[in-house]
Design a protein around this ligand. Structure first.
Ligand code: AHR
Length: 521
């Protein structure tokens, strides 16, 4: 009974917790230094003569007067859907509406509405040349809780694209086709990327197939070296022009495209008649830098372009879906935006106030940074749950304030709303963003989300009163008789007695009881 009431208390606490000079030269055009508080990026593009024809965001309005829905979520418990709107016109998303609609279940993002009025909404990408992992070969939908942030101090959620996740619109209105000019920007999480193909946002084929060189023009973000790359080890902002991720005029290496990994990253691309440019910057502060500005690639097929005008998010033009990343907002324009307009948009973005919202409160509130201290005496009371650096295992080891910064960071976790049950929690590594504590074959690992509901369940733990009477215990969401346990200094989910060695009843209550402490790292 105590266990249940503590769990309810935990649920209540979770439910009410309200929030929790890049290397290359600066653009030469003069930036607008201020905008009216009510302006959004699309007001700025319109003033520059290059209106938005698609405007997607799950975090904020992209026009000063926009007051419609940002996105739609669907909950697992009954498949009901709900539109998530804004706190006020031109403002930030009403994340609390998502929290209450999805309470004690899980939600996916089903629609990302187009704020431009053109009706260019993004929905689940259907099977293309490459099938996705969902039913019918379609792509997965994003977990609605996996990319929490704050914007101007208010909680909001981004679109977390695990590999296999994708959104698309093949029937658009007003998007550039052929060799017509367009611009686009997106805000990504610069710490969440991979080398798969292709975490994109922008213009693609309406067929879902690879229709040849020049049939796409989309922003790419990641560290793929399959086609092109820039300086350093990546990740890079590149242009996906089909059969090629371009970091500059050449196929392959272009030294001027730097590695960029700002927590919030502005990525910009524009393309016109035999000209195109990539710009990037920190979405929290400062201006834009030019990563490329010049003629179309000299490789055959990219001049003139043959854009088809579909919109993709998280995937390649042919539905290649092994890329991963996080998207917060993005727009596409009609016409080739000036550098001055793009600089003014960057000023608007940095003024929006994106923040990761994670604080070291040492409580089980989503966004809080914590450490988990073992309670088993005499072996382990100085030990903390941490991930290994040499492999993906999760273990306990003895740590103190004088331990290395890496060891302490390895033992620091960011509490997240439970990926499979919003009344429970998930634990994201503080020093390996996008990687979660999850069990596989009952052993605990630190892994990047592979998408879908299985990973979400394996990474969700429901807090209860400590099984020994001390601290807290963490029940596996999909194996409720099993709790997070250390056994022989390795972490498992374990029942009190059972066929596996780590299910041993000896010390089970102590081994499954943890102190939630201030973060070590
Ligand atoms: O251009 C890179 C990728 O190549 C495209 O996104 C995809 O359509 C093709 O496989």
């Amino acid at each position: 009974m105590v266990k249940l009431s503590i769990r309810r208390l935990g649920r209540a606490l979770l439910a009410t917790s309200a929030s929790a000079a890049l290397a290359v030269g600066m653009l030469t055009a003069t930036a607008a230094t201020s905008q009216a508080a009510t302006q959004g990026p699309c007001d700025i593009y319109a003033a520059g003569g290059t209106e938005c024809v698609a405007a997607h965001s799950t975090t904020r309005a992209l026009y000063g007067t926009y007051n419609g829905p940002l996105y739609q979520v669907r909950r697992a418990s009954d498949n009901a859907t709900k539109d998530i709107g804004l706190l006020n016109a031109g403002g930030v998303a009403d994340a609390a509406a998502q929290d209450s609609f999805c309470a004690a279940t899980s939600c996916v993002i089903t629609v990302i509405y187009d704020q431009s009025g053109k009706g260019n909404h993004l929905t689940q990408a259907l099977k293309g040349h490459w099938p996705g992992p969902a039913e019918g070969g379609n792509d997965n939908l994003a977990n609605a809780f996996e990319a929490p942030v704050t914007v101007a101090g208010h909680k909001a959620y981004g679109v977390y694209v695990a590999p296999g996740t994708g959104y698309r619109n093949n029937h658009t209105n007003g998007i550039a086709t052929g060799d017509q000019s367009e611009g686009m920007y997106a805000i990504f999480d610069g710490t969440h990327f991979n080398g798969g193909c292709c975490f994109d946002y922008g213009n693609a084929e309406t067929t879902g197939n690879d229709d040849g060189n020049g049939t796409m023009e989309a922003l790419y973000f990641g560290n793929s070296k399959g086609w092109g790359w820039g300086s350093g080890n990546g990740p890079w902002v590149m242009a996906d022009l089909e059969n090629g991720l371009f970091s500059g005029v050449n196929r392959g290496f272009n030294a001027n495209d730097p590695s960029v990994n700002n927590r919030f990253l502005t990525a910009m691309l524009k393309g016109g008649q035999n000209q195109w440019a990539i710009h990037g910057g920190d979405a929290q502060a400062g201006g834009l830098s030019t990563f490329y500005n010049g003629i179309r690639p000299t490789a055959g097929g990219y001049n003139p372009m043959k854009k088809q005008g579909a919109i993709i998010l998280g995937i390649g033009g042919d539905n290649s879906n092994t890329g991963g990343g996080t998207f917060y907002e993005g727009v596409m324009t009609s016409g080739y935006p000036s550098d001055a307009t793009e600089n003014a948009v960057q000023a608007n973005i940095t003024a929006a106030g994106y923040n990761s919202g994670s604080t070291g409160t040492g409580t089980l509130t989503p966004g809080s940074r914590i450490s988990l201290q073992a309670t088993t005496a005499p072996c382990c009371t100085s030990h903390y749950l941490r991930h290994d650096d040499a492999d993906t295992k999760v273990v306990i080891s003895s740590l103190k304030s004088a331990s290395s910064a890496t060891d302490k960071a390895d033992a620091t976790w960011i509490v997240r709303t439970g990926l499979a049950d919003t009344s429970c929690v998930s634990f994201e590594s503080a020093n390996s963003p996008g990687q979660f504590l999850r069990h596989s074959n009952y052993q605990l690992y630190l892994n990047t989300d592979t998408g879908g509901s299985s990973f979400a369940k394996d990474a969700t733990f429901c807090p209860t009163a400590g099984n020994s009477g001390a601290g807290m215990s963490f029940q596996s969401a999909n194996f409720p008789t099993k709790y997070l346990r250390h056994y022989n200094y390795t972490a498992y989910i374990a029942s009190n007695g059972g066929s596996n060695a780590w299910d041993s009843s000896n010390s089970w209550t102590a081994d499954t009881s943890w102190l939630v402490t201030q973060p070590l790292g």
